[in-house]
Design a protein around this ligand. Structure first.
Ligand code: CP
Length: 304
């Protein structure tokens, strides 16, 4: 595989190798000198056609800590605004001797499409409501770090499943590693036939939390939302918002995750997001090591 286009296209062995490699890089980035010279001969372009804070900075830091040369492209300030196509844009960038492209794009399948039309290694940094593979990898890596392993753990993904690339990639990654997965949210925000992916649907948040070891609280993606979707924000908070009272009323300790950005007071209250139960900033920290591993492993194939 010369690309990372989605978790759907990789194996359990690939995930294990990425995590072993990320363990090494996590140790590296905790040293006083956080860099290794591994990718001095590789140039990477980060192409963002959609907004990002975590993923964009995390990829850039990962690349710089591997000593790759890095160029950053934001569609909003580029000649895409003058009508240049995706393929023309990328081929022009590649002609400047770029080896690898990291791309976030609003259209599902944009990474797969690009991989079929240009001669470079492609990493999907999120394509519409389709996949966000490095987010799912860093999420599983963080569960493994906190609970020792992913296999056999009960994980509930809560919220706007319908519009979430994080949900789909997490379902693929968690099932690949032998976790038990439920999704929980309003029926209007859960895709029909999602059970075919091997997950159960639970529409009662309390029951879902009583079952799980880990709750991954997703953001309600208002920017992808049709206004006819039920529920209103107030109804959503009442039925699916995680607050401290609810968390404290459970008989067990659970681990709380969130991919960010958080709508504080909607899917999760601040006292939960900032509590010891939450590993939200650990997820972000682990993202750099996981992305270093992904890029390092793909680059080693370019060099062959
Ligand atoms: N989790 C995530 O993808 O965050 P950004 O949109 O800020 O990159």
């Amino acid at each position: 595989v010369n690309h990372l286009l989605g978790i759907k296209y990789i194996t359990k062995e690939d995930v294990d190798l990425i995590f072993e490699t990320a363990d090494h890089f996590k140790e590296v980035i905790n040293r006083p000198i956080k860099k290794v010279p591994s990718l001095r001969d590789i140039t990477i372009a980060n192409l963002f056609f959609e907004n990002s804070t975590r993923t964009r900075l995390s990829f850039e830091l990962a690349e710089k800590r591997l000593s790759a040369d890095v160029v950053n492209f934001s569609a909003a300030s580029s000649s895409v605004k003058k009508g240049e196509t995706l393929i023309d844009t990328v081929n022009n960038i590649l002609s400047m001797k770029v080896d690898m492209v990291v791309m976030r794009h609003p259209n599902p399948g944009a990474g797969v499409f690009l991989s079929q039309h240009v001669n470079a290694s492609i990493v999907n940094a999120g394509d519409g409501a389709h996949e966000h593979p490095t987010q799912a990898l860093l999420d599983s890596y963080s569960i493994r770090e906190k609970l020792d392993e992913v296999a056999g753990k009960n994980v509930v993904i809560v919220g706007d499943i319908l519009h979430s690339r994080v949900a789909l990639s997490n379902i693929f990654a968690l099932k690949l590693q032998g976790a038990n997965v439920k999704v929980c949210g309003p029926k209007t925000l859960i895709p029909k036939h999602i059970e075919k992916l091997g997950v159960e649907v639970e529409t009662n948040l309390r029951k879902a939390l009583e079952w799980c070891d880990v709750a991954n609280m997703l953001r309600v993606q208002n920017e992808r939302m049709d206004i006819s979707y039920f529920p209103t924000t107030r109804e959503y908070v009442q039925q699916f918002g995680l607050n401290k009272n609810l968390l404290d009323s459970l008989d067990k300790e659970i681990t709380i995750m969130h991919p960010g950005p958080i709508n504080r007071g909607v899917e999760i209250t601040s006292d939960v997001a900032d509590s010891d139960h939450a590993i939200i900033l650990d997820q972000v920290q682990n993202g750099v090591a996981v992305r270093m591993a992904v890029i390092y492993l793909l680059a080693s194939k370019i060099k062959q």
